[in-house]
Design a protein around this ligand. Structure first.
Ligand code: GLN
Length: 195
């Protein structure tokens, strides 16, 4: 399986490492790569859009033709994991004209709703199907304000912080950063679905 991380800005290396850890646990053969062109993206079974700065990521993927390739990937049923800034870009609406949303997962988000960089925190997130809470890292994280044709599967103090949606339930989108903890269960979930 090929796991590509959109490599224009943000937690690219961290996503690859988390994916490699998850693949090891599942004994799956996964190649990871940085994706910077539409051609590279088309080779991937699973694509991640990392945390970072959504205005920057949005501008680059529009200019590089990656936005269109990502939409096609999701339309075709490819696995997709969008975290933090990635969620903002993947959403239906982020209510910010500097972000061109892909609308591949039916949620509306509000940028920076969980506070400033200095107010970053880690807190237990309840995840459907996990026995123990997941350590959620929140860094200038977006809130998920409304959920349309998608299913909530992760909550922080009762607020939705993770959804699964897309045309084939093939999109996981999270307010927090599974690439910034040693716990690879979220990446395992994505791989188990993509198999
Ligand atoms: N607040 C950032 C944005 O709007 C996202 C922060 C993050 O990915 N850690 O792009």
């Amino acid at each position: 399986m090929k796991y590509g991380v959109v490599g224009v800005q943000g937690d690219v290396e961290e996503h690859r490492e988390a994916a490699e850890q998850a693949a090891g646990k599942l004994e799956l053969d996964v190649d990871t790569l940085d994706v910077t062109t539409a051609g590279e993206l088309r080779e991937c079974d699973v694509v991640a859009l990392p945390g970072g700065e959504s205005t920057t990521i949005s501008r680059h993927i529009e200019e590089d033709g990656l936005a269109e390739a990502l939409e096609e990937h999701v339309e075709g049923g490819g696995g997709f994991l969008a975290t933090c800034a990635g969620l903002i870009v993947a959403s239906h609406s982020a209510d910010d004209e500097r972000v061109v949303t892909l609308d591949v997962v039916d949620v509306d988000v509000e940028r920076n709703a969980y506070g400033s960089q200095r107010e970053s925190f880690e807190a237990p997130v309840e995840v459907d199907g996990f026995d123990d809470p997941y350590p959620g890292v929140f860094i200038r994280a977006p809130a998920i304000d409304s959920v349309g044709e998608a299913e909530a599967f992760a909550w922080l103090n009762g607020d939705v912080v993770g959804v699964r949606g897309g045309p084939d339930d093939n999109v996981y989108a999270l307010s927090f950063h599974p690439e910034l903890t040693a716990d690879s269960r979220i990446h395992e979930l994505v791989f188990q679905d993509a198999r």
